[in-house]
Design a protein around this ligand. Sequence first.
Ligand code: GLU
Length: 474
Amino acid sequence: MFNFFRKNKVRVRIAPSPTGYLHIGTARTALFNLLFAKKMGGKFILRIEDTDLERSEKRFEEDIIQSLKWLGLDWDEGPYRQSERLDIYEKYLIKLLKDKKAYYCKCRKEDLEKERELQTKLGEPLKYSGKCADQNISPDQASLIRFKINAAQVVFKDLIRGEINFDSALIGDIAIAKNLRTPLYNFAVVIDDYEMKISHVIRGEDHIANTPKQILLQQALGFPEPKYAHLPLILDPDRSKMSKRFSATSIQEYREQGYLPEALVNFMALLGWHPSDDKEKMDIDEITIKFEIDRIQKGGAVFDVKKLDWLNSEYLRGEDNAILLKSIKELYGKELGGLNDEVLFKMLTVGKARISKLRDFLDLKASFDLLEYSLDLLIWKDTDKKIILENLKKSREILRTVLNTKFNKEDLEKELMPMADTRGRGAVLWPLRAALSGKDKSPGPFELMDVLGKDETLKRIELAIQKLEFGGKN
Ligand code: GLU
C-alpha cells in the first residue's frame, strides 16, 4: 500500500453535494485540501456529488463553482459529476453482486421501522438484520442493493486524530444503491476515490462514521486505502455545531456583505489550524508555506465573527480605493442613490477606517445625509444662541472664500481652525458639524465638508442660519 502512494502523487478532492449554497464548512475543507495539495506538489480535484436526484439542483452546483472561484480556491481537475459516471458505478455494483458481497433487498421503509422498534424494545443496537441476504431477491422486487458487512474491527490512522477503531458488528449491511443506475453516497465515494486515485481524504469530522463503511467497501473491492484526515467541526460561540442562528453559513452571504475573498480565506485557514508563530494575518502563499496537516486541532473550531471583521478591515485598508468602489457599486449599486463616483470615492477615502466590510459603506454613506433636526441640536452646551449664530456666520464667511479646489479636509482645517481657536472650538465646530449632518453623531465637520463639497456645505450652513434667525426661541 505504501508503494501506491509513493508511485502516485498526492491527489486530494473536495466533493460537495449540490443540495445547498457553498457552505463555509465545505469551503474550509476545500481550502485545507488545496493547501495540502500545494504543499505536497499534488493535485486538487473537484467532484460534484449529485447522486441524490431529489435534493441536487443545478443552481447550487453553479453557486458552488462560482463561490470556489471567487475565493480563489481553484482546482486542477474537474468538475467531475457523479451523475455522469453511472456506468462506472454499475460495473462495480455488478461485480459486488456477482461475488455475493452485495445483495438485493426488498425491505420497505415500514419493514425497517418495525425492525428498529423491536430492536429498541430488546435494547439491541439499531441495525439492519440482514434478512434479505440469502433470499435471492430479484432486481424487480428489490428496493435497494445492500453491501454485506462482516463483523470485524476496522482500524485506521487518522492524520489528525490518530488511531480510530470501529466495531463493524455494530453496523448492519449498508445500502449502497437504490438500483444499478442509482448509487448511494458511501458507495459512489469509494468508487470515485479509487478511480480518481485519491491519496488523502481530507473532510469534515461529520464523515467519521462513514469511514469504516468506506474502508470495508474498499477491502471488498480490493482497492488501496487512502489516508484519512477528519477536520474539526466549526462551532458557534455557544460551542454548538455552527448554524444560521449565529452567523451566515453560505459563502454567498459573506460575499454579499462585502467580505473580501482574501480575508475569508485567511480566516478559514484559522478555523482549526494556526501556524507555530501564532501569526494571524497571512495571505495564501504565506499560509501554504506554514501549513502542516498535523498542526490541525482535534477540538471544534469556534467561529469568531469579530476576528473575521478585524481581518476583513485589515484587508480593506490594504486595498486600492478605486477597486473597492468598483466592488461596492457592483454589490450595492441600487442602494447608492445615484451619487456620482467622485462623491462616493471621497466618502470611502474619509470613512474607510470606520468600515469593516463593504456593506458598511451604506451606513457610511447615510452618515453624510442631512437629517431633519431641531434648533437645539445646533447649540453647544450652554452657549448663547446669538454666539452660535455669529460663529456659523463667521464660518460661512471663511468658507465662501475657499476655492473649490481647496475644499478638502486638510486645507479646510488650516482655514477654519485659527478662528475656532479664537472663538472656542466647541462653540464653532459643534454647530458647524450639526448643521452639516443634522445628527448628534456623525463624521467630523472637516470630513463632512470634504465629501459634501462647497455648494452643499454652504447650503446646509445657510439652512442652519435661517433656523437660528427665524426658527423660534432658544
Ligand atoms: N458529498 C459529501 C458532502 O457534501 C462529501 C463527501 C466526502 O468528502 O467524502 O458532505
